[in-house]
Write a protein that binds this ligand. Structure first.
Ligand code: CO8
Length: 260
């Protein structure tokens, strides 16, 4: 049975990363996680990758989270190692310098939703369901779910989702700000790729610096955040791309950014 990660580089500079384990609802087995982690380590340094879209194989489930069958066979120490591996892998998603979009082309639960929460934006399928059911399994969301979900949708709503383990539809996920878009399942990937394409046309250093300023700034007070913003802006001033942006404006053409 296939258990791998598909990496497809599109001409737009968008890289599509697909979890390929459809017979097991794309659940995050150790093997799949290791492949995903290696993929992310490589993508972070690839200049030609301007934006990353994550998706799942099949037409029903984006990712069902941790592999519950594999976990049943594990001793406590192995569980700890696997939990650490999920955490590290999802952290690598969050730390990618490029903009990231989760094209949630179906249900996302547990670690699957945590992976999506580590992305910059999420596109949900209106009719699919999303949730963090960990407490129903007597564990907690441990790959960022208890931290990222409340930051995104507010403490009260996050506590309700985590304490009840309830599953909400993509349409609801959009209404509460968990997803930035909700559309019919068949359109999720196209919409996400389209958004990523818009981003990939922009200055890559600017995108990385804006992402850093937002992600680090949100964790601090406004005055410190504004200092971080200054530093991030400074990094764009001496770039060739900034000059190209001004040139393209003068010449009334689309800029061609090179990431320098
Ligand atoms: N692990 C292993 N196998 C799974 C999983 C899973 N999480 N989910 C589904 N599968 C398997 C099913 O057992 C089934 O296999 P089989 O055909 O051999 O019986 C196959 O995938 C297809 O599943 P279904 O037949 O159930 O398909 P449906 O479309 O009816 O339903 C669902 C799909 C909704 C995804 C359903 O399978 C489901 O609810 N799965 C359980 C999801 C779940 O509870 N996930 C939470 C896991 S906990 C977690 O992720 C914690 C992460 C914490 C990380 C901490 C790190 C620091």
């Amino acid at each position: 049975m296939s258990e791998t990660v598909g990496v497809e580089m599109l001409s737009s500079g968008v890289c599509k990363v697909t979890l390929i384990r459809p017979e097991a609802a794309n659940a995050l087995s150790v093997q799949l996680l290791e492949k995903l982690k290696d993929t992310l380590e490589a993508l972070a340094f690839q200049k030609e990758v301007r934006a990353v879209v994550f998706t799942g194989a099949g037409d029903k489930v984006f990712c069902a989270g941790a592999d519950l069958k594999e976990r049943r066979r594990m001793e406590e120490e192995e569980v700890r190692r696997t939990v650490a591996l999920i955490g590290e892998t999802i952290e690598k998603v969050a730390k990618l310098p490029q903009p990231t979009i989760a094209a949630m082309n179906g249900t996302a639960l547990g670690g699957g939703l945590e992976l999506a929460l580590a992305c910059d934006l999420r596109v949900a399928a209106e009719e699919s369901v999303y949730g963090l059911p960990e407490t129903t399994l007597a564990i907690i969301p441990g790959a960022g779910g208890t931290q990222r979900l409340p930051r995104l949708i507010g403490v009260g709503r996050a506590k309700e989702m985590i304490f009840t383990g309830k599953r909400i539809t993509g349409a609801e996920a959009y209404l509460i700000g968990l997803a930035q878009y909700a559309c019919p399942l068949a359109k999720v990937e196209t919409l996400a790729l389209d958004l990523a394409k818009q981003m990939s046309a922009n200055g890559p250093i600017a995108l990385a610096q804006a992402k850093k300023a937002i992600d680090n700034g949100i964790e601090t007070d406004l005055a410190t955040g504004l200092e971080l913003e200054k530093l991030a802006y400074e990094r764009t001033i001496s770039t060739k791309d900034r000059l190209e942006g001004l040139e393209a404006f003068k010449e009334k053409r689309k800029p061609q950014y090179i990431g320098e």
